[in-house]
Design a protein around this ligand. Sequence first.
Ligand SMILES: Cc1ncc(COP(=O)(O)O)c(C=O)c1O
Length: 410
Amino acid sequence: MASFDFAPLFAPGLPPPAGKWAGFAKYNFTGGHNDAEKLPLEAIIKAATDVLTREGRTLATYGLSSGPLGYRPLREFLAQKLKRTAGIACAADEILLTSGSLQALDLVNGILLARGDTVIVEEATYQGALTRLNRLGVHTVGIALDGEGMRIDALAAALADLKRRGVRPKYIYTIPTVQNPTGTILSEARRRDMLRLAGEHGVPIFEDDCYADLIWDGKRPPALHAMSKHGGVIHIGSFSKSIAPALRVGYIVADWELLARMLAIKTDAGSGALEQMVLGEFCPKHFDAHVPALTRGLRAKLETLMDALNEQFGTAAEFEDPKGGIFLWVKLPDEVDTSKLYQPALAAGVAINPGPEWSTDKAHGRSRTRLCFANPSHDDIRAGVATLAEVCRREFGVPNRIANVERVRA
Ligand SMILES: Cc1ncc(COP(=O)(O)O)c(C=O)c1O
């Protein structure tokens, strides 16, 4: 029997279909996966048992007995944790729990953006944010970064230019605390300048802080949300990077007036409750001890990655030592096109994220790649980088010395 043809019925403007999952690459440097060894599994199992034993029957109602903002004990934990670590003064009712912070991005975009709008982003930024903006038909203006995050002179120039053209951007999207992909932290002085400029131009700031717990020395400037004197900052975060991404728990901190608009378009009748309950039980007891253990392990993996790159690529791989997080943003020689390196590398078992997908200016991203070091083991990091160097040399003639042995292009 011929199968029913849905193709003529598809809604206009759908993105291309997703590929079938073929399993993870042997050496997987893509995505934002976490370190499996550092998952606090025993404490999570105990938290799940304890919370279900005590209040599992609340699962019989939509929203438990907490309502549509999500499991109240987790929101209460977040309110006190955000105060302590990021200086944010907010009540539990100014926090909306979401299905990962990706849903937070969708909700913020959903209440603010329309086709043809303009937003300001960092020139290298999170691919998930860029693809959403592209799909919504929103223009992005990329702002140059340096070792301290978004450059304020470049932001001022872009805002002035947009004003001259009569364009008021809908928001400034920034990942100020361990930027994805560059790993920089926006200094407190720059935060002040960004808030001043945003205030002068009447533009809100959309602060994505999902890596803020993963800082090597544990020191972070206050959140933009905390420093803002007149509101105008929407803050989002996630447990994906500090605990586990498969849990799918993120959050939005915003005034009720905004959350009320977001709840009206959040049509899923509540994000998954079980994981919120487990985190609500786990976090007050264990979060503070877990995070430094995780970051110590991540830092050790980063050292292995940087050593392996230095050994295998020599000066052909340039990078700044990130301040925290799970990514290294690597610049390869100009002749390397990382979009073209992607397939042969994958065929050899190495998965990388090509730079153009993380860049507003595709030419800037062309010879760059983002490597996630959290998930592969130390041995796999070393073997994966060695394989990547071989493939890169075969395809692009660089590096011409691998592990200090000179090679002639095959
Ligand atoms: C900057 C940034 N924001 C948001 C997300 C979404 O993460 P999740 O939906 O798992 O919270 C990611 C994931 O990598 C990210 O890097």
